[in-house]
Design a binder for this molecule. Structure first.
Ligand SMILES: [Zn+2]
Length: 384
């Protein structure tokens, strides 16, 4: 059974009550190891995640070919759930109880440098997860000689602010699709993106926009902004058009070399055509990206994008936003998604459908879309 944080609080509450009835006992609020896992992150980083029932107070100790994570006031747990990914720098992981501290010793394939503070974060409990200590690192040239560093101060939480890059589709000389009533895609999606930016900032995210006004930007430049800002998530916001005016509803796209269906291919052709207005080097750009990314990293980015897209579709469904007939999540060779950043292209609805054109223009419907997207980002597991 997975003890949720709520359960744990209840159990603690019960303990406090019965403590008064029992002979004097020491009730040390010990931290429990819940799970450990490794993964490969974009950029070829190895990630170690240690999940504990309470906020971990940790110290990192660097050995010749080992990284030891010392977590104070925590008990060894040999039945903790573990998940080890292949292709990481971690060869094996063992636990040792040293006094009241738990030592998690990761045997490494290659030496590493001291891990910078911004590569270490503590995530707050969410959904089924308890506190997670997340450590990212790469192989290093000047390995640290057995030293202790990066001890944290549990009173100053090192919670990382995740970075989201929002891309309002089209802009400037490229209006995107245009509804029968004259509504331009570039205008609607910019309005949604602005609302989304303030809602996400309120929710504690760091947000950048590829364009914040009516400017034309090449697709590759949009993807490059996500790279430059070291985004954790990239969202391209669009509205759709279909030759059949009865077609309506949202759909969400992730990047793949092959389209998942004919409609997805048509959509990729239409969205990628934005760059044909201006001759761009996206063919060569995508080749560069392909060279820069190993197959394993590409796989990691694709999996994270897929996970986000599925969660986003669920949030839209729950909010009662109409879904386009067929699968909610589709795949297409979309130029704007070609980067090392996980992400998706959201088609909010159809401007070619008269009823949806009207709806997409209203502030209340835009707010509904924004609330669903914020929910999907809050629920998205930014690690492994
Ligand atoms: Zn579009």
């Amino acid at each position: 059974m997975k003890v949720s944080r709520r359960n744990l609080l209840q159990i603690t509450g019960v303990s406090v009550v019965i403590a008064g009835l029992l002979p004097r006992m020491a009730f040390a609020a010990r931290n429990a190891l819940r799970s450990m896992r490794t993964g490969v992150q974009p950029g070829g980083k190895t990630r170690i995640v240690v999940e504990t029932s309470g906020r971990p107070s940790y110290t990192l100790v660097y050995g010749e070919n080992t990284l030891t994570i010392k977590i104070s006031n925590t008990t060894k747990n040999d039945s903790a759930e573990t998940k080890w990914a292949s292709g990481t720098l971690v060869k094996s992981v063992t636990q040792a109880q040293v006094g009241d501290a738990l030592n998690i010793i990761a045997e490494l394939r290659k030496p590493i440098n001291e891990i910078p503070k911004n590569q270490i974060m503590i995530l707050e409990p969410n959904g089924d997860n308890d506190y997670r200590l997340v450590i990212d690192f790469v192989a290093g040239s000047n390995a640290v000689k057995s030293s202790t560093a990066a001890a944290n101060d549990s009173s100053a939480p090192a919670t990382k602010k995740h970075i989201v890059v929002l891309d309002a589709g089209h802009g400037g000389k490229d209006p995107g699709c245009i509804g029968k009533g004259g509504t331009k895609e570039k205008t609607v999606v910019l309005s949604v993106a602005h609302k989304l930016r303030s809602a996400l900032r309120d929710a504690g995210f760091t947000v950048y926009m590829t364009r914040s006004d009516d400017t034309y930007l090449k697709l590759a430049d949009r993807a490059a902004i996500a790279e430059k800002k070291k985004a954790d998530l990239f969202l391209s916001i669009h509205a759709n058009a279909n030759p059949s005016r009865s077609v309506k509803g949202f759909s969400i796209y992730t990047l793949s070399e092959k389209a998942s269906d004919e409609e997805a291919q048509k959509l990729a052709d239409a969205e990628n055509a934005a760059d044909k207005i201006d001759v761009s080097g996206f063919e060569s750009f995508s080749k560069d990206i392909r060279v820069a990314l190993s197959a394993l990293q590409q796989h990691a980015v694709a999996e994270m994008s897929e996970e986000y897209a599925n969660g986003c579709a669920r949030a839209f469904n729950r909010a009662g936003i109409e879904q386009q007939a067929g699968p909610a999540v589709r795949h297409a060779p979309l130029a704007v998604l070609r980067s090392t950043v996980p992400g998706a292209l959201i088609e909010c609805g159809h401007l070619s459908n008269a009823a949806e054109e009207k709806l997409l223009k209203t502030s209340s419907h835009q707010d509904k879309l924004v609330a669903a997207i914020v929910k999907s980002i809050k629920n998205y597991d930014f690690e492994v």
